[in-house]
Design a protein around this ligand. Structure first.
Ligand SMILES: [Zn+2]
Length: 305
């Protein structure tokens, strides 16, 4: 009898231990994103809230240029590929994030600070779809991109205004280019609105005032109002007209530019406008890579590395 009771006690102890281990494992699983956040590690998986889906926006510090990685449950999207001088930084960042495939690569316009590493992206990663404006360039960088694009077999998607697609639960709506005759290549930039739950993001490329005017003419303010604005043309005074800023009325402003860049980006006048609009400003030249996470309700800025 005594022996049997002892065996039963051992069994109960084992079950208790097992349940305790399960409880610890579950706790670690759910707490790990928060722990990572507090220990300053780059989050590979964002905080699961609500239905558990989330998106991440990474404005990668590639120096003077743009490269923005959007991670969703439906796959990754890269908006621009930075200048060729930022190739090592871009490659290292994507490697750290364990990016292998891109559902979409968007090359907003064919300037070297946006398509500098487009050939590398198209060669080293499996890219399913490429969105780019119908605008050619004569540069070697552009030629390299087109050669890599042909070899990649990626599907080329024309940026038709008002067309949209989804990545997970995120909706991407193409807003521009809407005009056809611009003197500046920047104005041909693919401009997109991203919607995830109640949160929204305006991605502008280098669209300048003329493009902004055409966008304002075509769309209602409701269509342009966003929580986050990726400030056009690295914060130059040729973008972010007061009327466009008023329509977007962002709470957060993201500026991608190189530390000590020779263009003087971002311009003081743009920063003043953003401040007057009460937008919180994040700049890659000061902050390094900027990571935002949206759970569909709140947008969290991840701590600086
Ligand atoms: Zn640019």
């Amino acid at each position: 009898m005594a022996k049997r009771r002892s065996r039963r006690n051992t069994a109960i102890k084992n079950i208790t231990l097992f349940l305790l281990l399960v409880a610890i494992a579950v706790a670690v699983y759910f707490l790990s994103p928060y722990l990572e956040q507090y220990f300053g590690e780059e989050p590979r998986e964002a905080i699961p809230v609500g239905d558990g889906e989330y998106i991440e926006i990474h404005v990668i510090d590639v120096g003077q240029g743009d490269s923005i990685l959007i991670r969703t449950a439906g796959g990754d999207m890269l908006i621009d590929a930075g200048p060729s001088s930022g190739e090592d930084e871009l490659k290292a960042y994507l490697t750290e994030m364990q990016v292998a495939d891109l559902e979409y690569a968007v090359f907003t316009h064919p300037d070297a600070d946006h398509i500098g590493n487009a050939d590398m992206i198209l060669t080293d990663y499996t890219v399913s779809n490429v969105i780019m404006p119908d605008r050619e360039a004569t540069s070697k960088t552009y030629e390299r991109m087109m050669t890599a694009l042909e070899a990649s077999g990626a599907n080329v998607v024309e940026p038709v205004p008002e067309s949209s697609f989804t990545l997970g639960s995120m909706t991407v709506t193409i807003l521009a280019p809407v005009g056809e005759k611009y003197s500046s290549t920047n104005d041909y930039s693919v401009v997109m609105r991203l919607d995830f739950g109640e949160t929204s993001f305006m991605m502008t490329g280098d669209a300048e005032e003329h493009a902004e005017e055409d966008i304002l003419e075509r769309y209602s303010t409701a269509m342009l109002d966003c929580d986050v604005l990726k400030v056009g043309h690295h914060g130059s005074d040729t973008s972010t007209s007061q009327a466009f800023l008023d329509a977007v009325s962002p709470e957060l402003a993201l500026i991608s530019c190189g530390e000590g860049n020779t263009y003087g980006h971002p311009y003081a006048v743009t920063l003043q406008k953003l401040e007057a609009a009460s937008a919180e400003i994040y700049r890659t030249d000061e902050w390094g890579s900027i990571v935002l996470i949206s759970d569909g309700v709140d947008i969290t800025v991840q701590p600086q590395k």
